[in-house]
Design a protein around this ligand. Sequence first.
Ligand SMILES: Cc1ncc(COP(=O)(O)O)c(C=O)c1O
Length: 435
Amino acid sequence: MNVINDEALTAVRSLEDCRALDANDPLRGLREQFELPEGVIYLDGNSLGVMPRATPERLQVVTREEWGQGLIRSWNAAGWFELPARVGDKIARLIGAGAGEVVATDSTSINLFKVLSAALEMQREDAPARRVIVSERDNFPTDLYIAQGLIRERGYELCLIDDPAELPQALDAEAAVLMLTHVNYRTGAMHDMAAVTRAAHAVGVKVVWDLAHSAGAVPVDLVGAAADFAIGCGYKYLNGGPGAPAFVWAHPRHVDRFRQPLSGWWGHASPFEFTPDYRPAAGISRYLCGTQSVLGLAALDCGVDTLLAAEPLGGVAALRAKSLALTGLFARLVDERCAGHGLAVVSPRESALRGSQVCLSHAEGAYAMVQALIARGVIGDFRAGDSARPDILRFGFAPAYLGFADVWNAVEHLLQVLEKGEWRRPEFNGRNAVT
Ligand SMILES: Cc1ncc(COP(=O)(O)O)c(C=O)c1O
């Protein structure tokens, strides 16, 4: 669905042009759902989403009424017990999964441990000679760390590729599981989920997708792609708040056949029978472990609602069209207006290959430039490079609360930081713990 007039987008030459685009944007009303601080252009929704206006009020109700007055009765009376499934059903609508196939629970790292383990168990039964997990060296580190922990415990191997072009070679007769993040956290490059899953299945490899930078930002069709497992984050584009519960999905063809290893009582078929033996629940509920964070789930529920509010306006397809327009415009304006200052656009130019972020590289000043921008109210973040990869200024574009004037103004601030050499100031060059 195309909600943006392409001609008007290509013709943008000024802040006024951007304001005109905003005035005609059918999604512009979604912004009202958020508490955006005055004077801030927030380009970090890929790291921590903005707080929905509904969240503080909901948390007041959950604390003062449900907890304060209802006390333990609220597990039943306020529906606390069903929250992981209820919020999971809402998330399912954003990722091409069915009702009853997703639960919101635990962290992304923990959910990855569960599904990776289940996928390995599946291969142990079906193809025991397959002993390798394949992933990308540039995958988000927690994904690699979780895989490293598992292989150490269970005697598997981890094979890391440096380029997606190496995939066909890596998916050999020993490969058991392919573990990929759909949209790369550093570059914003996006895999073709359907094509990669098909290629892996064709050679007997199961696929686990990390949707941390996809859910709520780009279209995902897990069932259509016939993926095996997926996990993702609640505090990024889903706006669930710091440390929000994550989510987990297993394809219905696998869900009852395999177990996840964290066999806590919430994943039991009948937790309140208090039997001594573990019997996994039917369906995705077996991916729960212990008592859930009700406050976290309530806040996540509000966050997910802000995206479902786009459904009458075209849903994820409309959000995607706007996101591509925002990221495409940002990349073009950086090229045109900031030329000659050593910045390069690292994210793919081609729409089909780009998630909802634009990353820029700079040889010496990426960290300081991000700090100088933050001092001006333009909040992005920095990701350190190494000998093989450049330092990165990372800008996420959440289409539910950003507009085209934000893009123009962000680039204008960046230009000022560069032209005035602001980033060279000492106060922008000392590293904070969280970058
Ligand atoms: C791709 C990816 N996976 C996982 C995580 C984080 O996992 P957790 O929420 O367990 O810290 C991130 C965080 O930025 C991420 O980018």
